[in-house]
Structures are given as structure tokens and as C-alpha cells.
Design a protein. Structure first.
Length: 251
């Protein structure tokens, strides 16, 4: 079945040593509410590996039931004078003490990208993840994502990686995409990075994919992510109220 969901993708800037607390606040304290009130599912809550990207940072992804689901989400959140759901005032107050801001994107999956329920059912997960924020010439995001399907998926699978998802960024001029890969373990990541070195010489499993990206004028920033303790792909389900523990008990 084609994936007709729409996603909110977030880069979150964390204050000080609060990353673990923030991730628990998002998963155990927010996910059950979002699911009940907005039919919003969590795809993932990850911490960025600082040596490969911004730090301290968390990446969140939320799955909604298409554009109608996103509209309902925004109407629920912003249909108040405060532009904030009054029932979440206490939750927001805690969240504000843990983060300083961030950057969000609305992203649309390629039809062949699995939903979070399908990913869980398929057992897709990793000890770590590769997150690629891709820029292409205006109007070329679709061609790039087609090439991901036709060339990149098989090439990465040969190295032991599974595709989490390939997404076109909305509200830009068809010039940005996000691709996320699940990596089974750290040694496999090292093998992948070495394969990129061989690809520059036209050798190895990534050579054809590298050639395709050059032809498309694609550039990307790849960072590594590690999922939170209650991230759905890690635990094989959505977080529940019963998962909650006091934030001051989190190391």
C-alpha cells in the first residue's frame, strides 16, 4: 500500500545536559497524548552524534494521517488566543526548560516509503542511523528520490543498511529531500564510510549511486543519530503512559 502520510521533521536545540530528559519528555509524556488527541504517531526521537553534526541536538519525526491529519493537528494546536493548546501548558513549560528552539520541516514520503507501523512490523531498526539532508537543483527532488529507489536502496542493502524513509521536503521549490538509513552496528557504519571512499574511485557498491548523485547535482549533509530509549523502532511499539518516569530520575 502506498504511503499517504505526512510528517513533521524537527531539529531541536537542547539546553545543556538535558538531552535524555527531553527525549523522555517527548516519548513518554507527549506521544500518548499526541496519539489520543491528534492521531499523531512518533516515527522516531533520536540524539545527534555530536561529532557528525550539531550538538546537543535531538531529531524528532511525527507521522500524521495525510494533509487532512496535519490540518487537524494545526487547528488543534493553534485554535486558541495563545496559539498553544491550553491542555499542554504544563507540558510546554517543562519542554521549554529543556530546549531553546529548533527548525521544523513538513515532509512527504515517497509512496514506497514504509509507515512507522510497517517499519515496526518489518523489524527495521539500527544501533545507529544515517540522516541525510539533501539539496538538489530546483525542481530535481523527485528525480533524486526516484534514483534513491532505483539505485541507492540496493547499494546500501549490499552493505547491510535498511531504508527507514525517503521524503520530499514541502514548502520549498522541489529542491530538498531527507533520507534516513538504519545501520545495524558501528562497525558497519565504518564499512559504509570506507565504501564512499572507494566510490570516488569508481569502485565498490556505492560507485553507481555516487555517479547518480553527481549527475543530479545532489549534495547532502550526513549525520549520525542514535534513537532514544523509547523510540518506536527501538521498542517495537508506540510509547505508552506506563513508560513514564520522573524527569529528575533520568541520568
Amino acid at each position: 500500500m502506498a504511503n499517504d502520510k505526512v510528517y513533521i521533521h524537527e531539529f531541536i536545540d537542547i539546553i545543556g545536559h538535558n538531552r535524555a530528559r527531553y527525549m523522555h519528555h517527548m516519548t513518554a509524556n507527549w506521544c500518548p497524548v499526541a496519539r489520543a488527541e491528534r492521531d499523531q504517531l512518533c516515527l522516531g526521537v533520536w540524539g545527534t552524534v555530536g561529532s557528525t553534526g550539531r550538538w546537543p541536538e535531538v531529531v524528532n519525526m511525527w507521522e500524521l494521517d495525510g494533509w487532512d491529519g496535519l490540518v487537524g493537528n494545526f487547528a488543534h494546536e493553534l485554535g486558541h488566543a495563545s496559539q498553544q493548546d491550553p491542555s499542554l501548558a504544563a507540558w510546554w513549560a517543562v519542554a521549554a526548560s529543556l530546549r531553546r528552539g529548533g527548525v521544523d520541516r513538513i515532509v512527504v514520503p515517497e509512496p514506497w516509503t514504509l509507515s512507522v507501523d510497517e517499519l515496526i512490523a518489518a523489524g527495521v531498526k539500527g544501533e545507529l542511523y544515517a540522516h541525510e539532508l539533501v539539496t538538489v537543483p530546483v525542481g530535481q527532488a523527485g528525480r533524486f528520490l526516484t534514483a534513491v529507489h532505483d539505485t541507492a536502496v540496493a547499494a546500501h542493502a549490499e552493505l547491510g543498511l535498511d531504508l527507514v524513509g525517503a521524503y520530499r521536503v514541502a514548502m520549498v521549490n522541489d529542491s530538498e529531500a531527507i533520507v534516513i538509513w538504519a545501520i545495524p552496528d558501528w562497525p558497519t557504519w565504518a564499512v559504509v564510510e570506507q565504501a564512499w571512499g572507494r566510490a570516488a574511485d569508481g569502485a565498490g557498491p556505492l560507485a553507481a549511486w555516487r555517479s547518480a548523485t553527481l549527475e543530479l547535482g545532489a549534495d547532502w549533509r550526513r549525520s549520525l543519530l542514535v534513537d532514544s530509549a523509547l523510540s518506536p523502532l527501538r521498542i517495537g511499539r508506540q510509547p505508552e503512559v506506563s513508560d513514564r518516569i520522573p524527569l529528575d530520575e533520568i541520568p
